[in-house]
Design a protein around this ligand. Structure first.
Ligand code: PLP
Length: 389
């Protein structure tokens, strides 16, 4: 008898993003004729700006549809270096900039490039679930750093200090944060940087929501003197320019990581299509009023959602200062499987907080990247469900 083929054990360590599973279930319910309000998926509901899409289409028409260098096209890398330098007040050289198919790929590649099995990685909890998934898959040890609600979902330097040591290989910072909308204040980042500079840790600063902030100055840990040499400064086109499906992220990386990360890109996705990079050049160098208008609209929706949530029985919601998520505390509702029940019974698709880490327990993640009438409908349905539950 021959043995059955087996999967690699590492596959069992690979996590997922509940947003995709909930979206699939919500679509199934819609196919069955149910009306669902979508508050689950983390992408802006605006079209890619016309001038950006036009630049991509023009590049396709010019025949820019072949392979490109794995590190990215020189023109795009130069534009990114200029943008990162200007926006963060630092000096980023174009040969330190890499381009990949989404910011997400950099999370994996950075962890794979710096972690040996058993190394520790400190990451935000609640946080983007792909951090923990990638850490575990690499055989590294996840060390959650609590984001504290009473600190508006920032972390405390003391909590970081307790988790940082000779075994720490990487610290992941994400501000503005998914799922809480929290922004880490500049002084906390400075204190954190001082501690990290005394440790052997690299830093991955996930700044994909940097432009989506309200009344908050978003600082970068990479701007603290000495930090650029150990920080992967990550940003991308997805959130800022409504380009999630174009798949393009970029990073400024320390010199020792340029070659390993480029080789990982060659080994995996090869490169980002040239027409996507042409659209990226148009996005970063063109008019920015599309971003301003989007953020203004998000601000209005945030206010609507937060005040609506705070009027619901058993729900408390802090005012998020960035991204397009609200993260209400629903622990007083005491309804097991609340997120599932809201989808199945009330037709509101949103995510359970525990999908973002143990510290997310008792919360929901609500993406307000949906129209105001849909947000109002969701609040109405939640109110009805909660008052009858
Ligand atoms: N980082 C965070 C915190 C995110 O929330 C997301 C997407 O939801 C990403 C990275 C990935 O973005 P991209 O579409 O560029 O891969």
């Amino acid at each position: 008898m021959t043995a059955a083929p087996q999967l690699a054990r590492s596959v069992a360590r690979l996590g997922t993003e509940s947003a995709f599973a909930v979206l699939a279930r919500a679509r199934e319910l819609e196919r069955l004729g149910r009306s669902i309000v979508h508050l689950e998926i983390g992408q802006p509901d605006f079209p890619t700006p016309e001038h950006v899409a036009a630049a991509g289409i023009a590049a396709i028409e010019r025949g820019e549809t072949g392979y490109t260098p794995s590190a990215g096209l020189t023109e795009f890398r130069e534009v990114i270096a200029t943008e990162l330098s200007r926006s963060r007040g630092i000096e980023v050289a174009a040969d330190r900039v890499l381009v990949a198919t989404g910011a997400k790929l950099f999370l994996f590649l950075t962890i794979l490039a710096v972690c040996e099995p058993g190394d520790e990685v400190v990451y935000p909890d609640p946080g983007f679930p792909i951090y923990e998934s990638a850490i575990r898959w690499a055989g590294a040890v996840p060390v959650p750093l609590p984001l504290r609600e009473e600190l508006d979902f920032s972390f405390s330097p003391d909590d970081l200090s307790e988790r940082l040591g000779a075994q720490t290989k990487l610290v992941i910072v994400n501000s503005p944060n998914n799922p809480t909308g929290g922004v880490v204040p500049a002084d906390v980042l400075r204190t954190a940087a001082d501690m990290i500079l005394d440790s052997p840790a690299w830093v991955l600063s996930d700044e994909v929501y940097r432009r989506i902030a309200y009344d908050a100055e978003v600082a970068s840990i990479a701007a603290v003197p000495g930090m650029l040499e150990r920080t992967v400064l990550l940003d991308g086109l997805s959130k800022t320019y409504s380009m999630t499906g174009w798949r393009c992220g970029y990073a400024a990386v320390p010199e020792p990581l340029v070659d390993p990360l480029t080789r990982f890109i060659t080994n995996s996705v090869s490169c980002v299509p040239g027409f996507v990079q042409a659209a990226g050049v148009a996005a970063l160098t063109g008019p920015q009023d599309c971003v301003t208008a989007m953020v203004q609209e998000f601000r209005g929706r945030r206010d609507l959602v937060v005040s609506g949530l705070n009027a619901l029985p058993g729900v408390r919601c802090r005012v998020p200062r960035g991204a397009f998520y609200a993260f209400p505390d629903v622990s007083e509702v005491r309804a097991a499987g609340l997120a599932d029940r809201l989808l199945e019974e009330a037709g509101v698709a949103l995510l359970a907080g525990e999908g973002f880490g143990a510290a997310g327990e008792g919360h929901l993640r609500i993406s307000y990247a949906n129209s105001r009438p849909q947000l109002e409908l969701a609040l109405e349905r939640m109110a009805k469900f909660l008052t009858s539950a």
